[in-house]
Design a protein around this ligand. Sequence first.
Ligand SMILES: [Zn+2]
Length: 415
Amino acid sequence: MECCKCKKYNWNDPQKAIWTDSNDQGYCVFHAPTEYKEVSEADFAALVARHLAIAINQNKEECNLSGTVFCGNIDFPDQTLPKLDLRDTSFEGRVVFKGCNFDLLNLNDASFEDRVAFIDCDFNGRVAFGGCTFVSDVSFDGSSFLKGAAFISTKFMGDAYFNETRFLNGLWFRDVVFSGKVHFVDSEFAHGRFWKVIAEDYIMLRYCRFTASSCIDFVEIDLLWFDFLSTNLENIRFTSCNWPQDKGRYCIQHDMHGVQLSEVLNFYQRMKRKCKTENNEYEASKWHIAEKEAQLKILKREKKSNFIWALLWLYKIFSGFGENPLRACVIFLVILFLPLATISGVEVYNCFSWHFDFDKVDMVLKDWLMFVPFARSNDFRDVSGGMHLVIIGWQLFITTQFALFAFALRNRFRR
Ligand SMILES: [Zn+2]
């Protein structure tokens, strides 16, 4: 009896069935479930190696292993492999591809139950990981994708390592779920796209390199767990992405946990510069606020910089770091009319009368105008030296606050 799966997957060399299921369907040693294979792990690995060797030695264009159930651990030889069809396969043990050269590799809908490592492999043709599931950790460390890699609806349930991995001709991550930590450290990118990627733990892109004029797009992604510290942001484009926020301002994970604050500050500054370069003043303003908040945190830690911290804190309180004209305006009006309210209050408290006295109103207004800059309705002959200083100080306060308001207003309309 011929194997039903060999037929389904169009194997050129259909294998004999060694087990029959309840529907009277036959399965060969490659396709039978592990418990019915009746071969040891080593013997099965030898069968796979022989299948590969036949394809290599006979210069076949393709080695079809689709649908195979790989029992136990398996190591693929470090040599040039032909077009390898591994779609719908199931790897139940640890898998190692070390130093392999792939012409084409199809891993669509494959599942890896244990760890898998593609170490120092060269993918010379296109590689497809559509619908592939990595239950445990996966590593592509030191590998090169020369013709593009497509991870569509791929699930990474363990940690994923792409350290020193080179994506030299396109990279697509679409609808991918990363449940563990992901490392792109010292990796190299040509153009590519991360689209609707879901990250449930840190995704670290650090010290990444980009080929000239290449660009990586991040589209429709919640960036809560993305770490772009020490990565060249000029080659990254963000479209419809959500940045993590804390109390209405941008705040990345490291900032939330108060770690690596100088790198966080540097990241905010680079994001602000990037937005300004792209004429996106609206976003630049948000990164400006994030940058100043990070500066406040750093200054608070460096106890010796109390004075600068206090100035920056006042800048925040009085004008939202020059980005909140409404707050600056309200405070300006409060300090403008506070002397009037105080003088009126004192006058009413000291000389209360039901009779409305216009002279007193005139006197109160004149007293108030002494506090208003540029209003010269009264001279200071009747004012004591100490009070004179208070008045000058208050005038300075009003002038400064008005300047902060005007500055914040200009920033708002610049967008
Ligand atoms: Zn079969």
